[in-house]
Design a protein around this ligand. Structure first.
Ligand code: GRG
Length: 307
């Protein structure tokens, strides 16, 4: 597609703005996590936990939560615990994903993976401790939302992370290696592995905003689709991206025989599938008008990102 100079300038400006927003949000979440951990009794696992979750990663899931909060004018203070909990679960999954028994990756976020830095046993324990920390953060007494909402958040976060969510997605991802899988099997696996945490991000904002079941369902399914879009762009970046920008090795999927939509459909069809998915997601946000501006910008970033 040919873009005018004016369009390109506009895209460039939007890209700079979203990068600034991601950095600002990441700093906020890091600060919250540091404070939370510092207020707890210390332990020898705090160092590998901080190494895995603080000062690293885009913290895009937190930005999605804060952007979605704007749809319902939710005060950020009511969402910060949810962001921090989600980042704990996400970092936990990455620490475990990098282990030799899983994807066996030695570099993550531009530095040695947690098990390379601290050893396998400490990485397993630090990862598991981040999982439980997520639930301490959601149910913290100082978190000023009702107990009913806290328990609904904890229940959903557990089911999105466990055997009906991320863990099952990872199990399928590993089982599908070097096997021929059809489109529905791959979408199901990717929606669980990556989509379920994004599902939770949007579900959680609907819960905090006291929305009815219908709206919670609509938003969480939108979140799952955003997660699928994120995974599709991750697959493209593995094939064509820069390991320097990504902070992790690229071109691994082919070597490992991963089942991806990109491999099944080929570049052109997979791009069209992703473009269509993005358009469908954006269409569902039209009813929110200007309040969806930030969320739309983040979704566009997910589709076009280089890291
Ligand atoms: C039960 C939570 C849980 C985990 C155990 C290991 C495992 C099961 C799941 C791994 C799931 C996984 C690695 C999904 C990949 C999702 C993905 C595309 C990650 C990259 O996310 P980015 O780009 O990473 O947001 P940064 O580094 O920016 O945070």
């Amino acid at each position: 597609m040919n873009y005018s100079k004016k369009d390109l300038k506009k895209f460039h400006k939007a890209e700079i703005m979203i990068k600034k927003k991601l950095i600002k949000n990441a700093k906020k979440i890091d600060k919250f996590l540091l404070n939370f951990l510092n207020k707890q009794k210390s332990s020898s696992l705090v160092r590998p936990m901080k190494y895995g979750v603080i000062s690293g990663g885009k913290k895009i899931r937190s930005s999605i939560i804060l952007d979605a909060g704007k749809l319902f004018k939710i005060n950020e203070k009511k969402l910060i615990n949810i962001c921090a909990a989600v980042e704990c679960i996400h970092s936990y999954s990455l620490i475990h994903d990098d282990l030799p028994c899983m994807d066996n990756d030695t570099i993550r976020r531009g530095k040695p993976s947690t098990h390379i830095k601290y050893g396998e046993a400490s990485a397993v324990l630090a990862g598991s401790s981040l999982l439980t920390l997520a639930f301490e953060i959601i149910t913290d007494q100082k978190y000023l939302i009702s107990s009913k909402i806290k328990s609904e958040l904890a229940r959903s976060l557990a089911s999105c992370s466990g055997h009906t969510g991320i863990a099952e997605g990872q199990e399928l991802d590993l089982k599908f290696e070097k096997k021929k899988k059809n489109i529905n099997q791959i979408i199901d696996m990717q929606k669980k592995k990556t989509g379920k945490l994004f599902y939770f991000c949007l579900y959680a904002t609907a819960v905090v905003a006291n929305k009815d079941e219908k709206e919670k369902k609509l938003l969480s399914s939108l979140g799952e689709d955003i997660g699928l879009l994120f995974q599709l762009s991750d697959d493209f970046l593995d094939k064509r991206g820069s390991s320097k920008l990504m902070g992790k090795p690229v071109k691994k999927d082919n070597k490992k025989g991963k089942s991806t939509l990109l491999k099944l459909m080929g570049d052109k069809k997979a791009f069209l599938y992703a473009d269509n998915l993005k358009k469908n997601i954006l269409r569902k946000l039209v009813k929110h008008g200007k309040k969806a501006k930030d969320l739309i910008n983040t979704i566009n970033f997910i589709f076009e990102r280089k890291y």
